[in-house]
Design a protein around this ligand. Structure first.
Ligand SMILES: *Cc1c(COP(=O)(O)O)cnc(C)c1O
Length: 349
């Protein structure tokens, strides 16, 4: 695949910033190169030194967990950073466009808009699947990225794998981005295993959901090493803080927590679904392969307002395309879910 054809020339030819720490790799030494404060950081742990710009320790851990190679991993300050960098790498503002499939994650659109990049919307079908024919029909020379989110947010369902393969086969003049933020909750295999077969594939994941690290801000993009090199070239040199790197390393070592969280939340989801199904106001609960459910309610707006009064915050999706009267509910602890059920019961009583 000739990436040069669809990477913007100024990015392709960019000479990256060379940081002080790029020149010397060792840990021991007298470091007088980066204008840090040699005296320390006050009364807290020493954060006075710049962190590893390439985050090798975390990447080492991820190669084992995700079964990929070091040079296939990019780490961003949340997935949002990877989304933004991919748009800036490929899209000529006001000229090239990205394709998204609403209802879907809002950041694709925001990030494109911030960069003045037009958006083509090809809605999901009524059963929340990809409209493959329509997507393929809308592809032209100005198409640079197609965002596919599976399991999808806010609908919760996984998208048919065959549809994704078809798009990967058809769209070879740009990148197909498969956002797997919720993959850990589903039994679907990750598209990371398909990277060798599809040079136009980029898989995004995050530590914000199943790994329980939303506050640390760490998102991953997995792709062909050539694409990873380009992302590394344009990212801010120290995009992942040293504190985040240390804490993520500790968290990734605790494999039991993630595994048991997924099991606990998936069981709690089943209980919440059966609880909601027994309530009169529940019109429909959509299939979910994520840690949230989308539910169609009678009087959704009023219910949402009532829940806020009760200090239970859900996500009102009533005004979103194809989500009329629907509320997105994150699976909480058993206690939280029961409290929610109790309040909803009261609302309809
Ligand atoms: C939550 C979420 C993310 C994660 O974003 P971060 O910036 O990594 O916290 C990415 N994609 C989707 C679809 C999400 O719902």
């Amino acid at each position: 695949m000739d990436y040069q054809k669809f990477i913007l020339p100024h990015i392709w030819n960019l000479k990256p910033y060379s940081s002080a720490r790029d020149e010397f790799k060792g840990k021991e030494g007298v470091f007088l190169d980066a204008n840090e404060n040699a005296l320390g950081s006050g009364n807290i742990a020493p954060w006075n030194r710049y962190p590893d710009p390439m985050q090798w320790n975390i990447k080492e851990q991820l190669t084992e967990i995700k079964q990929c190679s070091l040079d296939q991993i990019f780490l961003g300050n949340g997935s949002d950073e990877a989304i933004d960098l991919l748009i800036r790498m490929t899209c000529n503002p006001a000229k090239d466009h990205v394709i998204i499939c609403p209802p879907t994650y809002g950041m694709y659109e925001v990030s494109a808009s911030v960069n003045n990049v037009p958006i083509i919307r090809v809605n999901l079908t009524a059963d929340y699947q990809l409209n493959v024919d329509e997507i393929c029909a809308r592809i032209n020379e100005q198409s640079k990225l197609i965002f596919i989110c599976s399991p999808n947010n806010p609908t919760g369902n996984k998208l048919n794998r065959d549809s994704i393969y078809t798009i990967l086969d058809k769209f070879t003049s740009g990148f197909v981005i498969v956002d797997e933020a919720y993959i850990d909750f589903s039994d679907e295999p990750s598209f990371i295993a398909e990277l060798a077969k599809f040079p136009n594939l980029i898989v995004m994941q995050t530590l914000s959901k199943a790994y329980g690290l939303a506050s640390l801000r760490l998102g991953m993009a997995y792709a062909n090493p050539k694409i990873i090199q380009l992302l590394n070239k344009i990212k801010p040199p120290y995009n992942i803080s040293g504190a985040t790197q240390e804490l993520v390393e500790l968290a990734l070592a605790n494999k039991e927590f993630v595994k048991s969280s997924i099991e606990t939340l998936n069981n709690a989801k089943k209980d919440l679904i059966s609880g909601l199904n027994s309530l009169p106001g529940t019109k429909h609960i959509y299939q979910s392969n994520a840690n949230f459910i989308l539910v169609k309610f009678e009087q959704a707006q009023e219910l949402f307002d009532y829940l806020i009064e009760q200090k239970i915050i859900t996500r009102n999706r009533s005004t979103v395309t194809l989500c009329e009267d629907s509320i997105r509910i994150t699976i909480g602890t058993t206690e939280e879910n029961n409290l929610l059920l109790d309040k909803i019961k009261r609302f309809y009583a």
